[in-house]
Design a protein around this ligand. Sequence first.
Ligand code: HDL
Ligand code: ZN
Length: 433
Amino acid sequence: METMKIAGTTLHLHTIADAVETIVRQTPVTDMHTHLFASEFESLCLWELDDLLTYHYLISETFRWIDMPYEQFWSLSKREQADLIWRTLFVEHSPISEAASGVLNVFRQLGLDTSSRDLQTYRDAWARMTVDGHIDDVMRTAGVRDIVMTNDPLDASERATWERGGGKGDPRFHAALRVDPLLNDWDNAWPQLAGLGYRVSADWTEETVREVRRFLGEWIDRMDALYLAVSMPGDFVYPATDHRTRMIDEAMVPACQEAGIPFALMIGVRRRVNPGLQLAGDMSMKSDVGAVESLCRAYPEQKFLITMLARENQHELAVLARKFRNLMVFGCWWFLHIESMVREMTEMRLELLGLSVIPQHSDCRIFGQLLYKWEYSRRIIAQTLIQKYTRVLETGWTVTEDDVRRDCADLFGGNFWRFLGKPVPAVERGEAR
Ligand code: HDL
Ligand code: ZN
């Protein structure tokens, strides 16, 4: 029998580390969940220094040091808020949290002189930038080839871009249709739908179901949405005799099946535990992985992208993914997007699921964040892969550079696009192997 030819340089115990670090660094990323917007979305496209400093993670960290009333902070201009955050987290204390050190990492990767503690130094640097030049520089440096946005047609300013035929001008940016209010705040959502011309009412009537389906279908088509996304509170149970189950069963899953797209559920948030912090006031909570199990079993032909917010849910979710091939686990979400949790979760996932996961997304809101979030994520994923390839090499198995390239392409985008049943756009554009 002909021996199978192994392609590419064979790696050994003393060469695997350098090879993996190099290949991971070079592998282009599809960032499959972000809050970034292409520049055509104008004010929704956040990239300025004051946007970076008023990131809600830094706001909540600043309030731990100051007695200022919340209302007084929110009455400040964005620039004044940024000044206060800079003084508090960068001058009066060392910026060692993930979000604070991340800002300095952005400065470094943009080639700025980080020896200055004068915020004006960095404001002057941003004054020399343009939004499109900054986006190109950051995506190139971070190695991010494609970005999936979070798109909400109930947001009037975003809707305006779509309704004038915009939204798809930059092929690197893709849409995900986000519809939390339909599931979690129906009393306020249905009047908004009605205001857009959909014949819905508070009651879950046949016409309401039909019109919610029409809303979902029309916006999936208009955005060419890659997936339908919702974030769910930690008390989400499924199935239940409640509005959420009816909305999922009668509208959301059918809309996904009609469009042939995955349904992404991000589970475990407790919104506004401290309303005074606004967006920064959300909390995580343990959730019922059983709800995901019931969904995957009820709809074996429907693909589900799932991430959960509580550390305590991660092992059970990874084990569940071993049972359902229509379940794709993704990312280290939100409060888990810190180096210690990324390391713990990535090791566990590769040990339980091999390479059939989407290990990371950035969740970025401001473009510069791509630089630090992907730098440390790549480093940790590379360190974990080296550990696992070493274990394989020690058995005498052959691992080649081509094997590692293939595996990394899967982890950093290939698994996502394959789960969608779509080709990798960066390859289609000739930008990546
Ligand atoms: O619901 C979500 O998509 C979360 O990611 C929230 O946007 C959260 O506020 C966040 O920014 N996480 O990083
Ligand atoms: Zn998010």
